[in-house]
Design a binder for this molecule. Structure first.
Ligand code: ZN
Length: 223
């Protein structure tokens, strides 16, 4: 984009008659210059150039414009080239700031966007990694707790069972040692247990069986 100020300076400094007359034979007619219209290939001087207005106009095909328009339409120049072309003739440096003002920011924006995208992806990856790590830590922690709980439970159970076994053995030993009645009862119960241990079985107890005798007398009631 060429700043308007430069365009206006070039336009007002341009010798529109001198430039157009390079392509169209012009003859002075009062305040204007006339010639055959190059746009509709006219033979008569219907093409008028006004140096005071800095414009041209065809009374037949109504083609009109300024010096830049003429160069664009007659020579096929684009707008910046037309302004530069005239600027060179009048000694004004025409700076197309489009490259500096539009293209570079565009590049910068793309680069900035790429940087943002990269940073965002890195951040996301980092968050995922941290999340994975935390998840692994939590699972490990939970596993550890389960292991500890199981181990503790196992240990407690083992100890309890061990204690129970020891206690039972101790009680039996004490009972067998000092209570013949209980020893007799215990042996009877073991015999009953063995006989009814499997399958359906009916236990018929005699009123004078060791079982009843034991309960009649109570522990330690052997005689
Ligand atoms: Zn014309």
């Amino acid at each position: 984009m060429i700043p308007d100020e430069i365009v206006e300076r070039v336009r007002s400094a341009a010798d529109i008659v001198g430039i157009i007359s390079e392509y169209v034979p012009l003859k002075r007619s009062g305040g204007t210059w006339r010639g055959p219209c190059p746009f509709h290939q006219g033979k008569n001087p219907n093409f008028s150039v006004s140096p005071s207005h800095g414009s041209y106009h065809c009374f037949v095909c109504h083609e009109s414009g300024d010096v830049f328009t003429f160069l664009r339409k007659r020579l096929g120049l684009d707008w910046p080239s037309a302004v530069k072309y005239v600027g060179e003739k009048v000694g004004i440096e025409v700076i197309d700031v489009r490259i500096r003002r539009a293209d570079l920011p565009q590049e910068n924006m793309a680069a900035t966007y790429r940087r943002m995208e990269t940073a965002r992806q890195q951040q996301a990856a980092q968050i995922r990694a941290v999340g994975e790590q935390q998840k692994r830590e939590r699972i490990a922690e939970a596993d550890k707790e389960v292991t500890i709980t199981l181990a503790t439970a196992q240990e407690t159970a083992d100890r309890t069972r061990g204690e129970g076994d020891a206690q039972r053995t101790r009680i039996y030993a004490q009972s067998f040692g000092r209570d013949a009645g209980f020893a007799s009862f215990y042996r009877s119960m073991q015999a009953y247990e063995a006989s009814i241990g499997q399958g359906d079985a009916t236990m018929v107890l005699s009123p004078d069986s060791a079982f009843f005798r034991y309960f009649e007398r109570g522990p330690g009631g052997a005689r």
